[in-house]
Structure formats: C-alpha cells, structure tokens
Design a protein around this ligand. Structure first.
Ligand SMILES: [Fe+2]
Ligand SMILES: [Fe+2]
Length: 335
C-alpha cells in the first residue's frame, strides 16, 4: 500500500531543480522518449534531478510497504477465525513482497539497499503517515483493507504508466495484489455489519478514526505540492493529488452506503454541477506533524523495524558467508 503523497520534501535530499542542461543531445533524447509515451530504462541516460526524484519516491514507497506490515501484523495472532488469519497473513506477506520489488527498483537507480534501510532506521527517510496510527480493534483491519488499500490502488494504477520502466512494471503486479487487499477488507466489514450491534459499532468507530487520515494519504492539495508539477511533466505522476482524492471519495461513498456506515463528514454531499462529491476541510496540520515524526506510533514503528532488522542480522551474515564459499569453490574448480 502506498500513496504518491510519498513524494514529499526530504531535508536530507534537497528538492531537485529543473532538468540539467549539461548535455543537450542526451536531454533531447530523454525528452523525446517522454513525449512519445515511451519508457526510460535503468541503462538509459536521465537527468540527475529525474533520478533523484524517482529514488526519493520509490524508496519512500518501499519503506511504506515494509512499515505498513506492522499495524495489521499486530492482529495476526488475534484474528477471529482460521480463515481471517490465513487471509491476513497472505496480505501482510504481500506487503513485504511489495517492499522487496520496490527496493529492487530503487537499486536499478544506483542506490544500495543497505543505505536505504539505514536511512529508514535512523529516522532520516519518510514513509506514509497512515502507518503511524494504531489499530485498536479487529474492525480496523477491515477498514485498512477497504480504505487504506483502496486509496493505495487509486494512487498506484496511474503509476503503472510511470515513465520509469522498472517502477512501472513493479506497480503492475503490486496493483493486482492491492485489489485483493481491498476486497478482503470490504468483505470482512460486510460480514461484521451483518452481525451484532456491537460489531456494527466497532466498524463505525474504525471508519470514524480512519476516514480523514485516508483522504490525507493523497498528499497536500496540488497548489501546495512541492514536487507535483515537475513529476507530472516527467511522467512520474500521471494524475494530481486532488483529482485522485476526488476519485477515491466518489468511488467510496456508494460503497459506504452498501455497507451501512456513515462517513464522518457532515459536508460530504453530491454536487450536481461538478458531478462529484464535495467534502469538508482536511486537517493538514495533523498530517504534517505525523509525517514529521510526532504521530501516535512513529517511534514504536521504527523501534519494531530496528529490532526485526537486528534479529535478521545472522541470516544476512550467513547468506553472505555462503555466497563467499560458493564463489571460492567456483574459483577453485576453475583453476
Ligand atoms: Fe496492500
Ligand atoms: Fe502494498
């Protein structure tokens, strides 16, 4: 799960300026590929600022997938049935796989995976603000699938057409899996809404807590989005934050009606003239402070990842020792 809100300013990596003009012939070829709707591949020349923007976005996306395993992972041991447990394990494993594809895509741009992970664990890298909120009950797992993965799909489908080939191809597989995530969440909620009054109240409570945070996932309004316009010109982003947010709201309101839950926005109303739902104001201050590290679970999430990384140290060392031994044997056989 992921949103393009991840392309956010990072003080460790200053904002890229315009494409470098050092080599007009290479730049012209790059621009021609973009304007022809083609793909830039890892071995192709690309402006340094394009590479930097992609690296920032893909690595933040990878971190989001890996940290995104934690809020739901907390519920694997407490799932209400064997069926729900099996589904949840599959979903959380998928998110880990998404992280791996994306760290792989970042490596095609020249990054070292170990450096990216170090930056995350040291608190220098950003990841999606949505994962810094707690999952208080089982209904939260369903609501995350329905709304958080639902928002992620809305964001990620246009990324399948991203101008950078390795990123676009990773997104095709990821989107297929995100679709399963969204459906399993919605189905789990449908079952709860057909259950007892207490179950229905749990679902409504979870929707009340997650709705506004999901709208913020699409990132600040385009007018305030630092990298948005340049990323659109480069074909990294294909749609603006506001357009995607509106598409998500328009698709979700009828789903909420079928489910029988109320979305917590008194200003949410169909606008005949616009042909879209109007909605109330989003609390950007909360979004910014969570992104800056002051959300309810930021420290806990990073501490959990750091512990898991440390616990896996012996596996990495054993794998490297095995690879070295294999290499030595191959060299020995060759002499
Ligand atoms: Fe997902
Ligand atoms: Fe994912």
């Amino acid at each position: 799960m992921y949103t393009q809100a991840m392309d956010i300013p990072d003080p460790a990596q200053p904002a890229p300026a315009t494409p470098d003009l050092a080599d007009p012939a290479q730049l012209a070829r790059f621009e021609a590929v973009l304007s022809g709707g083609g793909r830039i591949e890892a071995q192709d020349w690309m402006p340094a600022a394009y590479r930097k923007t992609l690296l920032r976005q893909i690595s933040q996306h990878a971190h989001s997938e890996i940290v995104g395993m934690l809020p739901e992972g907390n519920w694997i041991s407490r799932a209400p049935s064997l069926k729900r447990k099996a589904i949840l394990i599959a979903k959380v494993q998928d998110e880990g796989g998404h992280g791996l594809y994306l760290y792989g895509a970042a490596e095609t741009l020249g990054a070292r995976r170990a450096d990216l992970i170090d930056a995350l664990l040291a608190g220098r890298a950003k990841y999606s603000s949505i994962f810094n909120y707690p999952t208080l009950g089982w209904a939260d797992v369903g609501v995350i699938g329905w709304l958080v993965d639902g928002a992620a799909i809305m964001n990620q489908i246009p990324l399948c057409r991203c101008s950078y080939g390795p990123y676009a191809r990773a997104m095709i597989r990821i989107c297929k899996e995100e679709s399963f995530h969204q459906r399993q969440g919605y189905e789990a909620l449908l079952v709860m809404m057909r259950g007892t009054g207490a179950q229905r109240r749990m679902v409504q409570d979870a929707v009340d807590r997650w709705w506004w945070k999901c709208l913020a996932m699409f990132g600040p309004p385009d007018a305030d989005s630092e990298h948005g316009a340049q990323s659109m010109r480069w074909g990294i982003k294909r749609m603006g934050n506001d357009e995607l947010r509106q598409k998500f709201i328009d698709a979700t309101v009828p789903q909420a009606q079928i489910l029988g839950v109320t979305l917590p926005d008194p200003q949410l109303k169909w606008n005949d003239e616009r042909g879209h739902y109007d909605h109330g104001p989003i609390d950007w201050e909360e979004f910014r402070s969570t992104l800056a590290g002051d959300g309810p679970c930021n420290r806990e999430r990073i501490a959990t990842r750091a512990e898991a990384h440390e616990n896996g140290r012996w596996v990495r060392e054993a794998a490297l020792a095995h690879a070295r031994k294999q290499q030595q044997r191959a060299q020995g056989a060759g002499t």
